[in-house]
Design a protein around this ligand. Structure first.
Ligand code: TRP
Length: 464
């Protein structure tokens, strides 16, 4: 029964690969930061509601479309839309997804490359020395970001690792990497969380996260929770759709979507527990940049016993999480070339990965190394440079618009009997559950995502 395109070896393979895609820099850096900014408790509840009411149904929609279409996002939309309202125009959603994958990977890989540098620093002991001198971590980070050669090197190494995994294909590459790295990631995360539980700031951290103060909630934080849910769950560009196209028919779509979303949310919450325990223990200020991950946190690690081991473990964790995410981004682009352009996996991965690397060099040089690239500005204040420009474009436009169109297609264009036929396979007897999904995907998800897009246009708000 094995498809020539490749297939997960089983239920667990799909779940680990998709959870690997979802769990990434979005959970470990962005989620703690915006949770802090939105004052914890109530925001956490709203985030969980956003995952359950919007994220989960769109994730189910992507898996349903992917498994039914059995192709990359472009091919899936072309096949499923044939003879329906909109017809071939729906392919554009697929193209937008492939383009978003290309763009996101070209800058995500640069940040991912930083983790490699910091693993080396931690293992070699230099990070401890930097942490011991006031401002040395900040100065190091600033100089490192502006060092074009070092930025390109990290980006190259990370793209190399990503391409190597994708080259081996669905089962022998992507699934195998996720099967090894994801359990290790959970182990490190749980280790760090247990450690956090012994710090003085743990109680305050738990209260901050789980004792809601609804007075702190604003419309902006509600919409921000929704945008974060999108990025964190890897939705809106066909990454989960592509992974769904390798899923076996006998595996349950609702159950898988639930498990992936729950794992992703759990990792975000654990990251908060770890970081806030440390932050409250030392009464630190949380600043608004990549800084927290690479300047604030290392300083604190070295105030704790075993700081070198903690720091190394932490950056290895971030690198693992990032790698399984970059793999999913490249797989979307590669699968497009494999299915649509009829390239071999080798040719697709090397050419597309190479193209993303070359394009990404511009991002690597846009953090200070190159003047014009670092200062170009399309989206206004705080969005200087190619890197920030592309991140803004992807997170604020491509993903929400893609997600809205995916929800509309799955809810309104695909007939109910078709989506039911897909859900039923692997989850017989889930009629009530299916009816619930249909309601969420037709009404709740489009309205909520529409609200995000509306707010970006008319209120000038930002989501990543
Ligand atoms: N979800 C990942 C994170 O939180 C990033 C990511 C991987 C992603 N693939 C994606 C985001 C596809 C949007 C779409 O870091």
């Amino acid at each position: 029964m094995a498809s020539p395109r490749g297939q997960w070896s089983g239920k667990l393979g799909f779940i680990l690969a998709a959870a690997g895609s979802a769990v990434g820099l979005g959970n470990l850096w962005k989620f703690p930061y915006i949770t802090h900014q939105n004052e914890g408790g109530a925001f956490v509840l709203v985030y969980i509601a956003a995952v359950a009411l919007v994220g989960l149904p769109i994730m189910m929609a992507e898996i349903i479309l992917g498994r039914r279409g059995g192709l990359n996002p472009v091919g899936t939309f072309r096949t499923l839309a044939e003879g329906r309202a909109g017809g071939r125009a729906w392919q554009a959603v697929g193209f937008m997804g492939v383009a978003a994958g290309f763009i996101i990977l070209s800058y995500y890989s640069v940040v991912a490359g930083w983790t490699l540098r910091y693993i080396v620093l931690a293992v070699g002991g230099q990070l401890g020395e930097l942490a011991a001198r006031p401002h040395a971590l900040d100065e190091f980070f600033g100089a490192y970001a502006a060092d074009g050669g070092a930025q390109v090197l990290g980006h190259a190494l990370f793209m190399g690792a990503t391409m190597a995994a994708v080259l081996f294909g669905v089962k022998a590459g992507i699934e195998r990497v996720a099967t090894v790295l994801m359990p290790l990631l959970f182990l490190i995360l749980i280790g760090l969380a247990v450690y956090a539980a012994t710090t003085d700031g743990f109680g305050e951290a738990m209260a901050f996260l789980f004792d809601p103060d609804f007075g702190a909630l604003t419309l902006r934080s509600v919409l921000e929770a929704l945008g974060q849910a999108f990025f964190s769950l890897s939705l809106g560009m066909g990454a989960i759709l592509t992974y769904g196209s390798y899923m076996r028919k006998q595996d349950s779509i609702p159950l898988s979507a639930l498990q992936i979303s729950a794992l992703d949310t759990l990792v975000g919450l654990l990251a908060c527990v770890i970081m806030f325990s440390i932050i409250f223990t030392f009464g630190l200020e949380v600043t608004a940049s990549a800084g927290i991950l690479f300047t604030t946190l290392p300083a604190v690690f070295y105030q704790l016993p075993g700081g070198g081991v903690l720091a190394a473990g932490f950056y290895i964790l971030v690198a693992f999480a990032a790698l399984t995410s970059t793999i999913s981004l490249l797989e979307v682009v590669s699968s497009y070339a494999i299915d649509e352009l009829r390239w071999s996996r080798r040719q697709a991965t090397l050419t597309m990965g190479g193209g993303i690397f070359v394009f990404g060099v511009l991002n690597a040089l846009s953090l200070g190394a190159n003047g014009p690239l670092s200062t170009l500005n399309v989206f206004g204040e705080g969005k200087d440079g190619m890197f920030n420009t592309l991140d803004f474009l992807a997170a604020n436009w491509l993903l929400p618009v893609g997600g809205l169109l995916i929800a509309l297609f799955a809810g309104w264009v695909l007939a109910a009997r078709e989506s039911w036929d897909e859900v039923r396979q692997g989850h017989p007897g889930g009629a009530a559950l299916f009816a619930g999904w249909r309601f969420l995907i037709r009404f709740v998800a489009p309205l909520a995502v529409g609200a995000i897009i509306f707010s970006v246009i008319f209120l000038g708000m930002e989501y990543q």
